[in-house]
Design a protein around this ligand. Structure first.
Ligand code: ZN
Length: 196
């Protein structure tokens, strides 16, 4: 139930546990060849029992379902070109000169914004700066695959005369380039508000 109610935080927590899981598996099966865990791995959940009306919906949902894990079947009507986005970007505070790491925002189609505030302390009080400059970070210059597609409701599931809705879906990592326009798919996703 935690996965259904808080999918982003639950999946992030599971992703964060993967390096430790890799190390433990390696130690068990190849103790003499321990290597650093791979970084860009992601948990994929399969075989969640289908609960129609609970998270498998006939129609693309409204704002009432924001930030929940949902599944909907439909037809892919458009696939944008896959592209690479930065995994993270370093910014330097222009007051305390410490660095802050910022991450891509799916609600802004993978762009990375400057931090809104500085999280560091100066003389034991929060740094009041909101001025940052991006800095080169050669050590963490990683990129991720990213793609936007458009999904339209399955018209065979709709009442006669109903106009099918469609939504933008963001695919990342290993899910990029896995479908084409015309494909019938079931998408499990977390709803979010987009700013364009
Ligand atoms: Zn600062």
């Amino acid at each position: 139930m935690q996965l259904l109610a808080s999918p982003e935080s639950t999946l992030s927590m599971l992703d964060a546990s993967l390096p430790n899981a890799q190390t433990r598996v390696q130690a068990r099966i190849m103790p003499s060849e321990l290597r650093p865990p791979k970084e860009n791995l992601h948990v994929r959940i399969q075989n969640i029992p289908i609960i129609e009306g609970e998270y498998l919906l006939k129609r693309i949902p409204s704002a009432d379902h924001l930030h929940r894990l949902l599944a909907v079947t439909g037809t892919v009507t458009r696939t944008n070109q896959a592209r690479l986005i930065e995994r993270r970007r370093l910014f330097r505070c222009q007051k305390c000169f410490k660095t802050v790491t910022a991450f891509p925002d799916d609600r802004q189609f993978g762009s990375i914004s400057k931090p809104l505030y500085c999280p560091h302390l100066v003389d034991d009080i929060p740094c009041p700066s909101n001025r940052f400059e991006a800095v080169m970070d050669e050590a963490n210059n990683c990129q991720d695959d990213y793609q936007e597609i458009r999904l339209q409701e399955d018209t065979s599931q709709l009442d006669i005369g109903a106009v099918p809705r469609s939504i933008a879906v963001i695919l990342k990592h290993d899910l990029v380039d896995k479908c084409q326009p015309g494909d019938s798919v079931m998408v499990m996703y977390e709803t979010s508000v987009f700013y364009s």
